[in-house]
Design a protein around this ligand. Sequence first.
Ligand code: CA
Length: 700
Amino acid sequence: MKHFALKFTGLAFFAFVANSPVLAAKSPAAVDAKRLIAADTEPGNWMSHGRTYSEQRFSPLEQINDSNVSRLGLAWAHKFDDERGVETTPIVVDGVMYSTGPWSKVVALNAKTGEVLWKFDPKVERIVAAKGCCDVANRGVAVWEGKVFVASYDGRLIALDAKTGKQLWSTLTVDTKRSYTISGAPRVVNGMVLIGNGGGELGVRGYVSAYDGKTGKMKWRFYTVPGDPKKPYENDTMKMAAKTWDGDQYYVWGGGGTVWDSISYDPELNLIYIGVGNSSPWNPYVRSPGNGDNLFVSSIVAVRPETGKYVWHYQLAPRDGWDYPATSQIIQATLAIDGKPRKVLMQVPKHGFVYVIDRENGKLISAEKFTTVNWASGYDLKTGRPILTGDGDYSKQPKLVFPGTQGGHNWQPISFSPKSGLLYFGETRLPSLHSNDTTAKFAERGRRWNLAEKFTIDAAPETKEQLAQLEPFLGGSLIAWDPVTQKKVWQIPHKIISSGGTLSTAGNLVFQGTYDGRFVAYADKTGKVLWESNAQTAVMAGPVSYSVDGEQYVAVGAGLGGAFGVTAGELSKASGLPTITRMLVYKLDGKGTLPPSPVSAKKELDVPPMPSAEAIDKGRVVFNDHCVFCHGIGAVSGVSFVPDLRYLSKETREQFMGIVLGGLRADKGMPHFHVQLKPEEVNLVHDYLVKRTHDLKDGK
Ligand code: CA
């Protein structure tokens, strides 16, 4: 700056100052409705979750492009405080980056140098980790008129001073007696902060709430499923929704429909689109035995920003029984369909189809499979309903359903390039076995699955042999997809079946992280690899691009964790990489380097005598009910921050009862289970773990 300042004097100097994004940063995060709606006029900033309200995650910057991307190098890296999954999308405004890390912590960084400006820790109690399904990751902040908003894992919505990181207000958005958690990023619309929550696997009722950004006072709340059938309906929308549910079991089990990720504001049509999650419990034969579509689970719902009043909905999977939330990113665009411009929404959710929906009325325009799918053969475009095959009906016998509960594509952000006309997203092929358990009872206290399904060994491949049987069905890739013709344009296979979020740019590039530890740039029209960098850990999050002082940067959060990381056992362990959490930032001719990866110490195996087959089988059931969330299928930890329970030491075995029932490791996020488990059940879990230690020793 000094260099230029010397050259300018008087008025010319001040004119330069006024136009300089860095010097204008005197007032941090000075983002208002006008700036957000006109975000495309500021390609150097990334002011909201999907860069613009369209949530396309396309950067118009083209300094880094297909002819020079091979020169990309590390500009700087910021090490986050904690080793847990990183799913954040950083916000960058006027030279400052605002990012979340694990445990909903927030950091403000100089976007050019990585210098830490401030940090904020909401001090989430570590045992709250056990209330959620999918690690303590967070997907990012929102900014508005000098404030930074973060939703903490334990359900608070917090406003911070963008200049200092000091807390301005905090509002509890959930009932802490139920297993609500928040991993999603808030969105800001006309001075309101919108936030949903998670917990669809643990028995909660979903909703999204709008709060006044200045005061934290709630303005409206939209429930996604009906409440207590004994009480009057909250409004006409709930009266309508309740007609699609049967009996009262849905209320006992929560109902689900949690809005844990996507919320998209459409300034053109003045609508907010809400991505509604799966039901609670998963099993429809238990929660709504006499049929019904179960609105609004697995739906996109449009509401009015001023009031939260229902306008229209489109349900992707009526009476969803497969953990198919419509929570994936909702992208707005105008596409030429049959030669006519149509205002559309696009979504690529777990269901295995790419959906194109008319956002003026919620009518389905098209839906096509992008991966292995067996629950539906396609969609009837007249009714907008899926054509069910019967292969997803597990009311009478267990069924292996494609896609499985990890989804054909999950939460990882995707991008749409208006320049290439293509969508870019990661694809996962992994089925799940679903089975009806009508004897299941809702467990009042959390810390266990509440699915009303048998989480059997067939659903969770435990040994290498069982995994090998699944092998023909497994796969993962990066797909480029034309949403107008609904056809795949190119596909690049990945080694690990899950992969990271994508960014596309006007430089004819697509960026994506991989779970085998790389950050990669592809040519957007062909999928040719043009550049890659070693991230030392899995890269799950969505990349962003921004510029400071005329120089373009590409940034991405790194660190394996999340649902796939902590639960998928051998499949997530396949990378063999530790979780090292960082914000990685690249630019042309960047010369930065990462410190060498730590070498993990070789672990000794303590192998007690083999328990009885009966004890092992009983222990497996208890483990899969209570422990598998965090400790992984088959007790194989897929991540370095959760202990692999096959390697229990003699000392830990002696303390085992105290750790599980007494909370000896509560400070590390291992809660006590004295309400949920009896001592004899803890012993059975231990017996099962001993069996798994034998399996490991025997190479199984
Ligand atoms: Ca779910």
